[in-house]
Design a protein around this ligand. Structure first.
Ligand code: GLV
Ligand code: MN
Ligand code: MN
Length: 432
């Protein structure tokens, strides 16, 4: 044994980094834990609603911390509630290999989005521990705060702040729909640390791998167990306010109207056309919120608030969509409806790291699973972790590609396969 270097049992790694120890995933335990977490919800089963810093979010965090208590991992929480559980490696001071995802759930969604990546990482660590694996680098589980934009309109708040892509002053300005400030709410939730300490330096981690359901149909359709993500699409979000002129629905003549709802519907139409118009299936755009004021059957709508979510794996193509959407908004201004556009985020797409991809692919092969390259089209914390360290993602099939719906479903065997590949990937990346 060389002083200061890791000693690995000769059986731990064979040729080409091959992990020789058996990895045993406790599939029933993982299913039970996913079931329990799904029960911590503000919507009746099978729907799940778990919004940032709500009582159910805090209960879910407490549940996870209870599970972590049995593992001997060292816990840390930052000022936003990002939660880190670290398994020390035998070479102290080396940057860790990290894995994790989110447990917040959009209203009336399902139980697998994000949770598979958190409880799956926990199960992967427990399986490696049970197998007697000894990591060279530390392995760290991360529960990211608020991947979903539900409460503050901004996705990936936790990982975004860790990467420095949102600053503490910007975080302090975030308000929810009730006008409650993020700083106030996170303190009330018990996260009272300094927001300045959330950001991590580049190189803090050696690598990051996120396990997630595909949220698309390809793996299931093709009977492939493991998707190896090559790139993650770049989302931009616009908040659009329209102010026309209200009035009596019976007495204001059609020629004299400045109807904010009609302006909004033309913009929504243009959003769809912008996405279809690029000619690429990777261009996606959605109006997900459309609020009308004063919302009376016999009053002309005077104000509209709508959101635009536009995504693409290529930044230039996404920008083309945004230009078309802005032109449609400008056309409404020319028609006499006042418009206001706020860019909430405009995130860069990510090409996943070649070595992480290689580690996932080798791990899947070693575990006996077919793989397929895929694009990530949803928001993922890996999008921001990639700004801190080499990052990649493992996708598993989900039924019909359905997500953000109560009938979201992934087979226990499919989840276990993903965890098996994750465990082997972490073992490869943590070996020095
Ligand atoms: C979250 O799931 C998103 O893609 O917005
Ligand atoms: Mn989601
Ligand atoms: Mn997710």
């Amino acid at each position: 044994m060389v002083a200061g270097r890791c000693y690995h049992h000769p059986l731990q790694h064979g040729r080409g980094g091959r992990l020789v120890v058996e990895i045993d995933i406790d599939q029933p335990r993982l299913s039970d834990e996913l079931e329990h977490l799904a029960g911590l919800s503000d919507a009746p089963a099978p729907a799940v609603t778990r919004v940032l810093y709500s009582d159910t979010d805090l209960a879910a965090r407490a549940y996870l911390k209870g599970l972590l208590a049995g593992t001997g991992l060292r816990l840390r929480e930052d000022a936003l509630g990002n939660t880190f559980a670290r398994w020390e490696g035998c070479e102290p001071g080396l940057p860790a290999v990290a894995s994790g995802s989110h447990i917040d759930a959009v209203p009336h969604s399902g139980r697998f989005d994000g949770t598979v990546g958190v409880l799956g990482a926990l199960e992967a660590i427990r399986a490696l521990q049970a197998a007697g694996f000894s990591p060279g680098r530390p392995i760290e589980l991360i529960l990211f705060t608020s991947e979903e934009p539900t409460r503050f309109g901004l996705g990936c708040i936790g990982s975004r702040a860790m990467a420095g892509a949102v600053t503490p002053p910007q975080l302090r300005r975030l308000e929810d729909e009730e006008g409650r400030n993020l700083d106030e709410v996170r303190r009330q939730a018990g996260f009272r640390g300094d927001l300045e300490d959330v950001r991590l330096p580049k190189g803090h981690y050696h690598a990051f791998v996120e396990l997630h359901i595909e949220q698309g149909p390809l793996l299931e359709r093709e009977g492939v167990s493991i998707g190896v993500v090559e790139a993650i699409a770049a989302p931009t979000t616009l908040h659009v306010k329209l102010r026309g002129e209200g009035g009596h629905a019976g007495t204001v003549l059609m020629s004299e109207r400045r109807d904010a709802l009609l302006a909004g519907t033309r913009i929504a139409q243009a959003v769809e056309e912008a996405a279809r118009g690029t000619g690429s299936g990777n261009s996606i755009a959605t109006v997900g919120i459309f609020d009308v004021h004063p919302r009376a059957a016999n009053s002309i709508p005077s104000e509209v608030f709508l959101t635009v979510d536009a995504r693409d794996t290529e930044l230039a193509r996404r920008d083309t969509m945004v230009v078309a959407i802005r032109a449609a908004i400008a056309a409404e201004e020319a028609r006499g409806v006042a418009t206001e556009v706020e860019v909430i985020n405009a995130d860069p797409p990510v090409i996943c790291d070649a070595e992480v991809i290689q580690a996932i692919t080798a791990a899947a092969e070693e575990a006996g699973f077919w793989t397929r390259p895929l694009f990530g089209r949803a928001y993922h914390d890996a999008l921001f972790m990639a700004q801190l360290c080499p990052s990649g993602m493992i996708f598993i099939p989900c039924r019909g590609g359905v997500s953000h719906r109560p009938d979201e479903y992934a087979e226990p065997e499919a989840i276990a396969a993903g965890v098996r590949v994750l465990a082997r990937t972490l073992a490869r990346l943590a070996t020095t």
